[in-house]
Design a binder for this molecule. Structure first.
Ligand code: NAP
Length: 467
């Protein structure tokens, strides 16, 4: 039997060991899921809403347990753990509340003698592949609307956060979600690839790295399985001179460092109008200096470890390369400070200045508690710099002028334009990206269009000449 070990970033010990699902278990789960499609898919939206609401309630009831397990599995400080459950609940409840109207048949304009409408039917079996960085929040984006639309779901959670998959299974079972409708499996990449290749999945929703997304697209190639990809980002912030500087510095720092920078829509690069550049950088450095890096199981900790030592070392490498190319670190002050604990997942926050786009730190996803800051002289220059990226998930503009934000936003290559906000998903808006950030949409009314197929009803009620 193959096993998966969760090595905790808290102290490097083995936190949990789980058996990989066997091929027989995978086969049984796929058969059960496919058998459950018809009864679940033909239940009413109200019936599904009742059990899905109970599902959410069961997750909420496990808050203390989940908060503790998140800290041990991926390093989320316990003071921030409840936020993950709140976000899970907010997104789930929103998608449940709009389901009836989003899934209702779409009537054509009246035509004498005809009844014409488009019905939205479930796709069937949706495979959800979730990452560890926001293990409930990313998973709920796909799971809840898929279930509400009448699909059955198989979940493959990240190896680092397998216990989240177990908690979701427990919540679904306790809520009375029928067998086969929601199944959590511990799958290898190879098992996922095989399942996609043999065409038994109707849609796969993958959230993770660009490389992972490419593998999923390749595995599904030729099967016509629908593929939704929510991938990486290198999200920019643009701070205009008309901003509230203290507010912007505090929130941009939070957007850059929260979750140790391991957020798909975390701020990874900042462009500041030159007239306020130095003042803004000083304010951000003060914010970074106020963070308390340490054991995530302690209530005072505001910055936990990164998920693994390997991930932290990759960020250290990006930092040291930038510094050799002329960047200046302002938090650690000395160029080598972040290397002091090489091999540890605990990485202090860092702000780099004197950076440019020849440095990978400004173009490749860092996914760590570091950020580069550059001065710019105009909106045009900021827009050009923000668009100079292979990614396009979100971009934030910090300004007192909503018209300027709208106008700049219209020229940005991005999935979401924020003004005076960042690193947040509003479930009433489409979560999507451009370029290498992916394809497809989750959340919002449009999220449902990804999880249903249209069937047109064209009914002539009175044939010519009568019946
Ligand atoms: P990852 O290595 O791609 O893993 C994500 C998930 O995909 C895990 O469950 C992983 O399983 C699975 N996976 C990866 N390659 C696979 C393959 N070839 N076949 C089957 N499953 C595969 O990504 P990560 O490092 O955990 O997550 C961080 C990345 O996710 C960042 O790039 C971040 O920006 C992105 N992200 C994007 C969004 C968004 O909304 N756009 C949200 C969150 C995160 P194992 O754990 O078993 O390897």
């Amino acid at each position: 039997m193959q096993e998966v070990s969760i090595i905790t970033p808290v102290d490097g010990s083995t936190y949990a060991i789980r058996a990989r699902s066997t091929d027989t278990q995978l086969e049984d789960a796929l058969q059960a899921a496919r058998a459950a499609r018809l009864p679940w898919g033909t239940s009413t939206v109200a019936e599904r809403a009742a059990v899905c609401t109970a599902f959410v309630d069961r997750v909420v009831a496990m808050t203390d347990l989940i908060v503790d397990e998140l800290a041990w599995q991926m390093g989320r400080p316990i003071r921030f753990g409840p936020g993950e459950i709140q976000g899970f609940t907010e997104r789930a409840q929103h998608m449940i509340s709009i389901a009836e109207s989003c899934l209702a048949p779409i009537a054509s304009e009246p035509l004498d003698g005809f009844d014409r409408y488009i019905a939205l039917e479930p796709l069937g079996l949706v495979l959800v592949i979730a990452p560890w960085n926001y293990p409930l929040l990313t998973a709920v984006n796909s799971i809840m609307p898929a279930l509400m639309a009448g699909n059955v779901v198989v979940l493959k959670h990240a190896s680092q956060t397998l216990l989240v998959g177990e908690r979701l299974q427990r919540a679904a079972d306790e809520a009375g979600i029928p067998g086969g409708v929601f199944t959590n499996l511990v799958l290898s990449h190879e098992q996922v690839g095989r399942t996609l290749a043999d065409n038994r999945v109707d849609r796969v929703n993958f959230t993770g790295s660009v490389e992972g997304g490419r593998s999923i697209e390749r595995a599904a190639a030729g099967t016509f399985t629908e593929v939704g990809l929510e991938l990486g980002g290198k999200d920019p912030a643009y701070v205009r001179a008309d901003t509230d500087l203290e507010f912007a510095a505090a929130n941009v720092a939070d957007g850059a460092f929260f979750n140790s920078g391991q957020s798909c829509c975390g701020i990874e690069r900042v462009y500041v109008e030159r007239s306020i550049y130095h003042e803004f950088v000083d304010a951000m450095v003060a914010e970074a200096g106020a963070l308390d890096l340490g054991d995530p199981t302690k209530p005072e900790t505001t910055l936990g470890p990164m998920v693994t030592a390997r991930a932290a070392d990759a960020v250290r490498l990006q930092l040291s390369e930038a510094v050799s190319d002329g960047a200046r670190p302002l938090v650690a002050k000395t160029a080598g400070a972040w290397n002091d604990n090489t091999g540890s997942p605990y990485l202090a926050p860092e702000i780099l200045v004197d950076v440019d786009h020849s440095m990978p730190v400004m173009t490749r996803e860092s996914f760590g508690p570091i950020v580069g800051v550059m001065p710019v002289d105009s909106d045009d220059e900021a827009i050009e710099k923000m668009n100079d990226s292979n990614y396009g998930l979100s971009a934030s503009i910090w300004t007192a002028d909503p018209e300027a934000a709208r106008s700049i936003g219209s020229r940005l290559q991005t999935g979401t334009v924020f003004m005076n906000r960042a690193d947040y998903l509003d479930p009433s808006l489409a979560w999507t990206g451009v370029k290498d950030t992916g394809r497809g949409i989750t959340l919002s009314r449009l999220g449902y269009t990804m999880l249903t197929r249209a069937k047109s009803y064209h009914l002539r009620l009175t044939p010519p000449g009568g019946l």
